[in-house]
Design a protein around this ligand. Structure first.
Ligand code: BDR
Ligand code: CA
Length: 296
């Protein structure tokens, strides 16, 4: 059975792998890509989303432009990881269609027009668009099937601050709105994404098909700093959407740190927090094998 999804994203090299997988694995009906500023500015994340659709010939799928900055803060610069084009210079064909305006309004319309629970949202970037959806279109937001989010960390050190992860740290207020919304997100934190890694051997095994080669090119760029492997953060969201048995998921009560220091955006586990499903363990071999099936 295919899953109907909207992918909210800031591509980003690992976003690009996640999107390519979703488009190619044949198990998602991707209704649209909504862009958000994060790994790079909004013009570039929007264009990169369109380029991934052009690469796969999916002119039937729209891109809608989302938030150009966090709700209340400035973004975080990660040019060192994703390059000054968001895809570290990997050449993709230019997007074929102009993006739609107003990602939040577009998501709300889609959710309102379809049966409640029939559309999942896969959120791969800062949660600015989803928080605005919750605040501005609460009824539509109530129709979301599953909201699966890459973000945060529970036991692992952070990658933005000592306890904070990039997506949540980029827009802590948005993460807090989503956590408090009652939607009950499923969160895919660094605790699992750091374990599901693209090694140079794994990247070599993806080659041999046009989209496998594209994925390998993107991952090679991701590895260009000389590391032997890198975490496949955002693809883990797609993997959990397809097969949650790959992950050990616990319900924790959480809040989001809204302070002004380096741990803004950190997940705080506490009594009285809102319940969230959080992936804390992963079967790495099965996860990597499932991801590879998208590129054969
Ligand atoms: C997250 O931050 C971004 O740089 C990646 O695309 C991923 O969504 C990992 O912390
Ligand atoms: Ca991302």
């Amino acid at each position: 059975m295919t899953r109907r999804v909207i992918i909210d994203t800031d591509p980003g090299l690992d976003d690009a792998i996640a999107i390519l997988f979703a488009l190619e694995c044949g198990r998602f009906e991707v209704l649209g890509l909504t862009s958000v500023a994060g790994n790079i500015g909004i013009d570039r994340t929007t264009e990169n989303a369109g380029r991934l659709l052009a690469l796969t010939g999916r002119t039937d799928i729209p891109v809608a432009v989302g938030a150009d900055r966090p709700l209340r803060r400035w973004g975080i610069d990660v040019i060192a990881i994703h390059g000054n084009d968001g895809l570290k210079g990997v050449a993709l064909p230019p997007s074929l269609a102009a993006p739609l305006p107003d990602a939040v309004g577009w998501i709300a319309e889609k959710l309102a027009a379809e049966p409640a629970g029939s559309i999942d949202i896969l959120a791969l970037g800062p949660l600015t668009n989803i928080a605005r959806l919750v605040a501005e279109h609460p009824e539509a937001a109530g129709n979301i099937g599953r909201l699966i989010v890459m973000g945060g960390t529970v036991h692992e050190p952070g990658n933005a601050g000592p306890r904070s992860e990039f997506n949540f740290a980029s827009d802590p207020e948005a993460a807090a709105i989503v956590v408090r919304s009652g939607i009950g997100p499923t969160i895919v934190p660094l605790d699992v994404t750091r374990k599901v890694r693209a090694s140079t051997d794994y990247v070599a095994r993806l080659r041999g098909t046009p989209h496998g080669d594209a994925a390998a090119d993107l991952l090679t760029a991701y590895l260009q700093d000389g590391r032997q492997s890198r975490p496949l953060h955002d693809p883990c969201v797609m993997l959990l959407a397809l097969d949650s048995s790959l992950f050990r998921i616990e319900t924790l009560r959480i809040a989001i740190d809204l302070g002004d220091d380096a741990d803004a955006g950190a997940i705080i586990v506490r009594d009285g927090g809102m319940p969230a499903q959080i992936a804390l363990g992963v079967d790495v071999d099965r996860a990597l094998a499932l991801l590879q099936t998208g590129f054969v």
